[in-house]
Ligand binder design. Structure first.
Ligand SMILES: *Cc1c(COP(=O)(O)O)cnc(C)c1O
Length: 469
């Protein structure tokens, strides 16, 4: 079989009888599984020697781009350095070998990590209590909305069916509200990129007693601080509804302002974004939910045991290593880095919303639209220069969105390198647009057909082989 054509799967490297393991001597005697639990045929596993396995996966990993390979300015997702000390802490055998059903008096240390992390989150957010159970940001949203539903039901006010979500919100916000059984009302943004108070007043007047909550992301998905939160909070609370804070990316707020002080009742934090856990490719994550006093009785049971405990350990290690004084620098540094890039590039990239941003901002493609070079082309060309692309085509408010988040822990040298390359690409778009449009030229795989991959996913190696033979 041609390995190049078939992507070099471990199954294709298999040769009957090859072994890459030696089993330890059996110390437990033979235990026969009941017949009905035994398979009839041997499992179809790849048979490879150890070096083949090591080289296969090492080569595959080298085809990947991660925060440890290079700058990764992915807006809204906060791909930042994950300190290796976090990994060491999470890998301590005293944590790693715990069993969730161990007697409580043998896991006091792990309990203390959970308690102390929750306490730190309360201090950082100004809320009263946290649950660590949710496995991700979206799971946290669902958990928080379940709290809000229970709260209204406890007051015999269960008819509140509507959740207000800004049009700039992350897609998980309306999705979580829908999964929780709410109907969604979208509130518009102003030309300035903030929640439109006029539109919100209209919604509140029309729907008042049917509103259960308003979800807000702050800084919002455009990287802007929602300056009208006091007015919004008053409008919403007057109707009897609660305020939900999407704190997936809390970096810019650390040391600057606290959701609890702004009047929010319920929030989630993405530990994997804000407090550093490697989370490429969909996990693992943790989305702890915090509530103001009196709401903790409504925490639902959304996962067994204590959620993704290893993520909690990493977050706590990160918080402890920064400490009370240095954690205050996270927000200002994230904000400084984002504004620096924005100001250095806004003469060649279209900046639809000017002014001070927080940890991230959005360009609407190249300023010179006559070259035909799109945001997709710029993103692909960046790979040739060793930079991961920013988030592209999100938020949906602009056609050519290019959403950049440098994070707080990049050096000025790295950021200047990125700025130079972004300017160079803008230059190439004028002088040699074809080179940008056909990028990437130096990666193992060029442009993939996203639509085909999404509509017709090939999920097993058998399917892959069958379709190519
Ligand atoms: C990432 C993100 C989420 C969802 O978090 P997941 O852990 O991916 O489920 C929600 N809201 C915002 C603003 C985000 O950036």
């Amino acid at each position: 079989m041609n390995n190049k054509l078939y992507g070099n799967l471990i199954f294709e490297l298999s040769e009957k009888g090859r072994k890459g393991y030696t089993l330890p001597r059996n110390r437990f005697g033979n235990y026969a599984l009941p017949d009905e639990l035994r398979r009839q045929d041997d499992a179809q596993m790849p048979e490879c020697d150890e070096m083949t396995v090591v080289r296969h996966y090492t080569n595959l990993s080298a085809n990947n781009f991660g925060v440890d390979n290079g700058f990764y300015p992915l807006g809204s997702c906060t791909m930042k350095y994950n300190p290796k000390i976090n990994e060491e802490m999470a890998a301590l055998p005293q944590f790693q070998n715990l069993h969730p059903l161990q007697p409580a008096d043998t896991v006091r240390g792990a309990e203390a990590v959970c308690t102390l992390l929750c306490r730190a989150l309360c201090q950082l957010t100004g809320l009263h209590a946290f649950t660590l159970k949710p496995f991700a940001g979206a799971h946290g949203e669902l958990t928080g909305l379940m709290v809000i539903r229970k709260y209204h039901e406890s007051r015999n006010d269960g008819q509140r069916q509507l959740v207000i979500v800004p049009d700039s919100a992350h897609g998980t916000n309306p999705a979580s509200a829908a999964v929780c059984g709410f109907d969604i009302i979208e509130v518009k943004s102003t030309a300035e990129g903030l929640v439109s108070l006029d539109d919100l007043r209209r919604i509140v007047e029309a729907e008042g007693p049917r509103i259960a909550a308003m979800m807000m992301t702050n800084p919002n998905t455009l990287g802007l601080f929602e300056r009208q939160i006091p007015e919004i909070e008053q409008l919403i609370h007057q109707t009897g509804a609660l305020m939900y804070y999407d704190g997936a990316n809390l970096n810019p707020m650390l040391g600057a302002a606290r959701p609890g002080d702004m009047g929010f009742d319920v929030m989630h934090i993405n530990l994997h974004k804000t407090f550093s856990t490697p989370h490429g490719g969909g996990g693992p994550g943790a989305g702890p939910v915090g509530v103001r006093e009196g709401l903790e009785q409504f925490f639902p049971q959304v996962s067994p045991y204590h959620g993704n405990f290893a993520v909690a350990i990493r977050a706590y290690a990160y918080i402890l290593s920064l400490g009370r004084e240095h954690i205050k620098e996270v927000g200002p540094l994230a904000t400084l880095n984002a504004n620096y890039i924005k100001e250095c590039l806004k003469d060649v990239y279209e900046l639809p919303i000017d002014g001070l941003c927080k940890h991230e901002f959005v360009f609407d493609g190249l300023k010179d639209k006559s070259t035909g070079v799109t945001t997709m082309d710029v993103a692909k060309r960046l790979l040739d220069y060793g930079y991961h692309a920013p988030t592209i085509y999100f938020p949906l408010l602009f056609h050519e969105s290019l959403m950049i988040e440098p994070t707080e822990n990049e050096s000025k040298t790295t950021i200047d390198g990125f700025i130079d390359v972004m300017r160079q690409i803008a230059d190439e778009a004028k002088t040699n647009p074809e080179q940008v449009k056909s990028a990437p030229h130096h990666t193992p795989i060029g442009r993939v057909d996203d639509v085909l991959a999404a509509k017709h996913p090939v999920t097993t190696w058998r399917q892959l082989v069958a379709e190519h033979c």
